[in-house]
Write a protein that binds this ligand. Sequence first.
Ligand SMILES: Cc1cc2nc3c(=O)[nH]c(=O)nc-3n(C[C@H](O)[C@H](O)[C@H](O)COP(=O)(O)OP(=O)(O)OC[C@H]3O[C@@H](n4cnc5c(N)ncnc54)[C@H](O)[C@@H]3O)c2cc1C
Length: 530
Amino acid sequence: MQSDSSQLPVAVVGAGPVGLTAALGLVHHGVPCVLLEEDAALSLDTKAGTILTRTLEVWDRYGCVDDVLAAGLRIDEIAEIERATNVERLSVRPSELDRDTRFPFVVNIPQHQLEPVLAAALARRAPGALRTEHRLLSFDVADDRVLLRVQTPDGVRELAASHLLACDGGRSTVREQLGATVAGRTLPERYMLVDVVVDLDVDYPRDYPYLAYFADPDEWMILIRQPDCWRFLYPLGPDREPPDGAELLAKVRRFIGDVDRVEVRNSVVYNVHHRVADRWTRDRRVFLMGDAAHLITPMWALGLNTGVLDASNLPWRLAWVLRGWADPALLDGYEAEQRPVAVEGSGEMAEAARRYMAHEQGAVATPAGSWATAYTRTLLGVRLDVDGTGDWSMVVRTASPPPVRPGDRAPDVAVWGPRRRVHVQDLVRDGFAALYFTDVRRRPDIPRNDSPALRHYAVSRWDAPHDSGLRDRALFDPGSAATLRFGVPADTLVLVRPDGHVAAVEPIRPGGAAKAYEAVTGRPVPVPAK
Ligand SMILES: Cc1cc2nc3c(=O)[nH]c(=O)nc-3n(C[C@H](O)[C@H](O)[C@H](O)COP(=O)(O)OP(=O)(O)OC[C@H]3O[C@@H](n4cnc5c(N)ncnc54)[C@H](O)[C@@H]3O)c2cc1C
């Protein structure tokens, strides 16, 4: 048996979208991993259909977003329409976010087309990491490792892993073995999802936005343009039998009017849950993620996309701990930050969306202002509780961007390096970044970049003169556009984590960035031996 568990792979169980994303995240950070999937193939079920902006940013960081964009359909408007009158009540326009993100749109792609794209990206980066027909049977947590019993085509095998990430879905074996209780409820109605082949663009033009929520007290409906078909989603009463083909076609015609050439490609009825596990971790070795941790009403695309937020938060923490760059206590932040997002954030947003669609009394569904609406609906997880104060939010309540605060996702604004444009989120792909918003003419004391864990950059509307000694660690900010978007006073330090969230905002002082880094990781900034 190996004695150093940091040499063991991390085991990810379940190759759904969250397991695939978690594995891509680990590989991105150089952490060896195996991804165990009980089935022989990836999911054939047509489940989630819309990918939100924040998820695209995570996949960009993990190096697979181009593949997703090529396979999906980009949408620059989400409409909320009164079904009875066809009046548009609200239009969510991610293009309002062009100063916040490189992806001012959302993407429609059915889950069974998405998963192979993520799996192919993983196979390119870590050939053989995905092992199909490997079913986790049970596990034991030892002091420094997790021992997994796995059913494989060659019989039951034992596998030692440094950590176990349970992405094994709503019926999670790991959650059950952890003894976690799942609190919440299952809605009385089920949701009916129908994919139909019909030409609503030319033969029967309807010109609804490609993602449209039709609110109605009797029967709400969601219309989603998938890359090569149309999808309808609507509620099915508690006692209703799933409709047959003819009934489905009649329903489709009721929604979109009379059409002759229409064919049902796929349909599925599913139960809708709103449940969250009461604990997500054990011994800093086992972690629940995605549907294993939280089953969220898939309204406003909150199911899969909330799971991807989990897979944004945990991989960098594991990388830091396994490299010895952070105290294992860094892992506690995963549940502390993500659980409120699932319980109160996504959970409440999804519930508000469901009630809003059904015209229930008191449903509050949108923040004020079009920028805030777009930010909230597409850049989920807008502020995390990074400092343990309980202050976090998924909803932006100001009409325009507020000054950046700890926990915020750092705006992905562009600045200029010595040769070319860079975006803020690029600066933290594999490390922390200390951004010093200051006047570079005064030759501020910016530490040299001698650690891959923390890099320092002055941000200034003055390009660093060549005799300033700062040319290699200064970012030119023409017109102070980035500084204004961050909204911080002159001479402020903003420390950004590898997941793109702000860890600290404070006045610049000597050694301040290193101290702020240590406050997060529990260890001094590592400096490689020369
Ligand atoms: C019909 C339907 C429609 C939906 N529509 C939307 C939507 O429009 N938008 C949205 O955001 N969300 C939607 N959702 C929710 C979304 O599909 C889920 O949130 C998402 O699939 C969760 O991903 P996951 O990776 O956590 O789990 P899953 O996708 O469930 O993947 C879990 C994986 O683990 C594997 N596994 C399980 N047990 C084991 C084991 N013991 N060993 C090895 N492997 C194991 C399973 O085979 C599976 O591949 C929908 C869900 C359904 C059912």
